[in-house]
Design a protein around this ligand. Structure first.
Ligand SMILES: Nc1ncnc2c1ncn2[C@@H]1O[C@H](COP(=O)(O)OP(=O)(O)OP(=O)(O)O)[C@@H](O)[C@H]1O
Ligand SMILES: [Mg+2]
Length: 254
C-alpha cells in the first residue's frame, strides 16, 4: 500500500518543471522532501492533488497501485489523498466549522455524519490535539497567524484521516511555535494506516519530526535519498556536496 510517483514529468505553462521524479511513500512511513527554493517541491504537491495548471507530460501517480492521473482533486481526496489547504486563501464568510464540514463530506462521500455527529468527531480531534474550540468560529484563514494556520491544517488532517497526507511547509514566517505544532501534529497522526510526505526547506522541523526517509529535490529531480542521517548531513553541510548539485552554496537552514 503506497502513494507512488513514477518517472513524473510536469510542465507549467509550457515550461518543464519536474523532470522524472520517482518517490514511494508507504503506509506507516514519514518522508521528508527537502531541496533549495525553486527546485519543484510545491509543484510536486500541486500535481499530486491534480491542480489544473500543472500538466503531467509523462509518468504516473498511483494510490495503492491505481493510477489517479485522470481523477479530479475531489476524487483524489476520496481515494485518501490529502493536501493541507488546497485553497490557502482567506475565504470571506466561511467559518472554520463550515469549511471543515465541507472538506470532511467531500472526502467521505459515503458516510456523511449529521451536524451533531460531526461536532462530536471534531471535539474528539480538538481534544487529541490539545486545541480550543474558538478556532471553529473564526473565518477561514482570515487574520490567522502562522501558528493558527498550521493548527487549522493539522486539525483538518486529523479530521479527514487521509491515507496519504502531503504537507507543504512553504511559509517563510514559521516561528518555532508553528514548527512545533506541525511536528507534534505529524507525530500524533502518523501511524500504520497513514503515509506522510512532509515538504520543507526548514531543516529545523526535522529536529521535532523524525522521518524514516529524507529526499533532496533539485532542478525537478530527486538527486539524493537516505534515512534520518541525511537530514543531519544537510544541516551540517548544506546541499553543495551532493552529486549533481551545481548551484552556489545554499544553507539548508533558513
Ligand atoms: N504556476 C507557475 N507558473 C510559472 N512558473 C511556476 C509555477 N509554479 C512553479 N513555477 C516554477 O517552477 C519552479 C519550481 O517551483 P516550486 O514552487 O515547485 O519550487 P519549491 O521547491 O516549492 O520552492 P520553495 O522552496 O521556494 O517553496 C520555479 O522555477 C517556479 O518559478
Ligand atoms: Mg514550495
Amino acid at each position: 500500500m503506497s502513494l507512488e510517483v513514477r518517472e513524473l514529468h510536469v510542465a507549467v505553462e509550457g515550461k518543464e518543471i519536474l523532470r522524472g521524479v520517482n518517490l514511494k511513500v508507504g503506509k506507516g512511513e514519514v518522508h521528508a522532501l527537502m531541496g533549495p527554493n525553486g527546485s519543484g517541491k510545491s509543484t510536486l504537491a500541486y500535481t499530486l492533488m491534480g491542480h489544473p495548471k500543472y500538466q503531467v507530460t509523462s509518468g504516473d501517480i498511483l494510490v495503492d497501485g491505481e493510477s489517479i492521473l485522470t481523477l479530479t482533486p475531489d476524487k483524489r481526496a476520496r481515494k485518501g489523498l490529502f493536501l493541507a489547504f488546497q485553497y490557502p486563501v482567506s475565504v470571506q464568510g466561511v467559518s472554520m466549522f463550515s469549511f471543515l464540514r465541507a472538506a470532511y463530506n467531500s472526502a467521505h462521500a459515503q458516510s456523511q455524519p449529521t451536524i451533531f455527529e460531526f461536532k462530536e468527531k471534531l471535539n474528539e480531534k480538538l481534544k487529541m490535539l490539545g486545541m480550543g474550540e474558538e478556532i471553529l468560529n473564526r473565518y477561514l484563514n482570515e487574520g490567522f497567524s502562522g501558528g493558527e494556520k498550521k493548527r487549522a491544517e493539522i486539525l483538518q488532517m486529523a479530521l479527514i484521516e487521509p491515507k496519504y497526507a502531503v504537507l507543504d511547509e512553504t511559509d517563510s514566517g514559521l516561528d518555532i511555535d508553528a514548527l512545533r505544532i506541525v511536528a507534534e501534529g505529524i507525530n500524533k497522526l502518523s501511524g500504520p494506516e497513514r503515509g506522510i510526505l512532509l515538504i520543507t526547506h526548514y531543516q529545523r522541523i526535522l529536529r521535532y519530526v523524525k522521518p524514516q526517509f529524507v529526499h533532496v529535490m533539485y532542478e525537478g529531480k530527486i538527486i539524493e535519498s537516505g534515512g534520518e542521517e541525511l537530514s543531519r548531513l544537510l544541516e551540517e553541510k548544506g546541499y553543495s556536496w551532493i552529486k549533481g548539485y551545481k548551484g552556489e552554496e545554499v544553507s539548508a537552514e533558513v
